[in-house]
Design a binder for this molecule. Structure first.
Ligand code: FAD
Length: 508
């Protein structure tokens, strides 16, 4: 990660004659990272964000009481090399609030109790993870632990090749194929699948679980988690914007792009803004989510196999919930895996995050998933009212906090919910269902002045903050290399089924 960063100021650095004006559409982490590295490489990036806030899926805003509402509860991991590198380059590492190196799971059969995987300091990866699982006495029996290890070993030995080959299998298919005990699913994989992609294990590609394990297990602190010390637009996006502007670029908000307007050779002539304005540039980069890119794809491009890959990718719905209580609940300074059928992870932000600290009242932020049948759920929660979603969540919380929420609490009433906020994202990260990974396109495209960024483009991390930063960085590398006449990595191979479909299409 650090080496690629350095290249923007060295061999990828443009001379004044090689300098390009580059329009980047989308001011999420990917568009901002792309802008930052292009500016460092001597170009003039202009990031155009449709909304009045930066960050996309990490965006946040204040409600009428001045409380922050976030699009998502976000966790940073030790195994996020490009993200860690970015924090260090921006000199804001002190904004990451690292938590004790462990994973906390709510106990399904013992409401109100938790169990942990503890990572012992000084023990290197992947032994520390093996030991963390072996030492946990509450989740799996010893025979279950021993049965789980062999199917996962090829991941460590063969690496990415083995991981990629498992993409056609769901997590549940993989477990059955390799004879893993069913209980592993209930105890570990359900919470892992929901945390990684907001879907259930029978819908999630095994490649996702193996990729995450491989990245996390290869580094001693890979699974250590950090919370940002406050809202993402101010604490992370703003320093990225400042870095771009300091190096001669621009970041503009309330700039909705309507259309890519093409030349006769299908390259981009200019972009047309929703307000009718035309913006010209030397190079154009899309850093919008895949569903938006599909909608905006110019008609001549939709016939090209490269862009047809996008048909196989679509965003998954997820809901982020904030609950403000009249008192402090169980004081856990960490992320918790709820292991509830409706909820994924949650955290008491009044304890875990500096800007939201409150010694007297809890603010629980929760990810509600799966929230539609395409994500493996039974109910289309995304279509339900906020009140219905909050009522269902409160019911689950009565089970998770039996001594503090609901009628079973010692005072017979329990903590009172003061207010709530629900943020629905109908299309979030791309749904990593089996067989999708091969359709993620390279950042380089067949269009000579058009490049893709975004967490969904091909890069070795999943749809995540790390993936977004890396996708943006790789897009900046493509544009910088082309500007200098240097060789690029080239287009990623397009799968045979897409090529076959395209040739049938053009033959008709
Ligand atoms: P986006 O953030 O979607 O940015 C795209 C931008 O393009 C947006 O700002 C959008 O407004 C803009 N745009 C769209 N159309 C136009 C247009 N026409 N003109 C101009 N601009 C436009 N990741 C983790 O690593 N850890 C986590 O714990 C985690 N938790 C999450 C929890 C939730 C609830 C959600 C929703 C996501 C979570 N993620 C997490 C995923 C992470 O947030 C995303 O992978 C990442 O932020 C995506 O960044 P991006 O820049 O690729 O896309």
């Amino acid at each position: 990660a650090g080496d690629l960063s350095k290249r923007f100021a060295t061999d990828l650095k443009a001379s004044p004659e090689q300098k390009k004006k580059v329009v980047i559409v989308g001011g999420g982490l990917s568009g901002l990272a792309c802008g930052k590295y292009l500016a460092e490489a001597g170009h003039e990036p202009i990031v155009l964000e449709a909304r009045d806030v930066l960050g996309g899926k990490v965006s946040a805003w204040k409600d009428k009481d001045g409380d922050w509402i976030e699009t998502g509860l976000h966790i940073f991991f030790g195994a996020y090399p490009n993200m860690m590198n970015l924090f260090s380059e921006l000199d804001i590492e002190d904004r990451l609030q690292w938590k004790v190196h462990k994973m906390i799971f709510a106990m399904q059969e013992l409401p109100g109790e938790f169990t942990t995987f503890d990572f012992i300091k000084g023990i290197p990866a992947p032994l520390n993870f093996g030991l963390a699982i072996l030492l946990n006495q509450k989740m799996l029996t010893l025979p279950e632990k021993l049965q789980t290890a062999p199917p996962l070993l090829p991941m460590l030995i063969e690496g990415q090749d083995f991981i990629d080959k498992q993409d056609e299998l769901s997590v549940t298919d993989f477990m059955r194929k390799y004879g893993m005990p069913e209980r592993i699913n209930e105890e570990v994989f359900i919470s892992m699948a929901k945390a990684l992609d907001f879907i259930d294990p029978d819908k999630l590609s095994m490649t996702v679980v193996l990729t995450a394990m491989n990245r996390f297990l290869n580094e001693t602190d890979g699974l250590q988690m950090a919370f940002l010390d406050g809202n993402q637009p101010d604490r992370l996006c703003e320093p990225m914007k400042q870095s771009i502007e300091k190096n001669g670029g621009k970041v503009l908000m309330k700039q909705r792009v309507k259309e890519w307007v093409l030349n006769e050779d299908d390259s981009v002539k200019h972009i047309l803004m929703a307000n009718g304005e035309v913006i010209e540039a030397d190079e154009f980069i899309s850093a919008v989510p895949v569903d938006v890119m599909k909608r905006m794809c110019p008609e001549p491009w939709t016939k090209m196999p490269f862009f047809q890959q996008m048909k196989q990718l679509e965003g998954i719905p997820v809901i982020n919930i904030h609950l403000w209580f009249d008192r402090k609940l169980q004081n856990v300074d960490h992320l918790c895996f709820s292991r509830s059928p409706l909820l994924s992870v949650y955290a008491d932000m009044s304890t875990t995050c500096k800007e939201y600290y409150d010694e007297e009242k809890s603010m629980i932020e929760l990810v509600f998933a799966p929230c539609s049948p395409i994500a493996g759920g039974k109910t289309n929660w995304i279509a339900k009212s906020n009140q219905e979603i909050v009522d269902a969540t409160m019911k689950e919380l009565e089970r998770l906090f039996p001594l503090e929420i609901g009628k079973k609490a010692p005072d017979g009433v329990g903590a009172k919910l003061l207010k709530h906020a629900v943020v629905k994202t109908p299309r979030s990260v791309y749904a990593a269902v089996p067989g999708r990974n091969k359709y993620r396109p390279s950042q380089e495209t067949p269009i000579k002045n058009f490049t893709l960024a975004g967490d969904w483009t091909s890069q070795k991390f999943l749809g995540s903050m790390e993936g977004a930063v890396l996708g943006g960085k790789l897009a900046a590398e493509v544009v910088s290399a082309k500007a200098k006449g240097m060789k690029t990595a080239g287009l990623k191979k397009i799968n045979d089924d897409i090529m076959a479909e395209a040739s049938t299409f053009s033959g008709q």
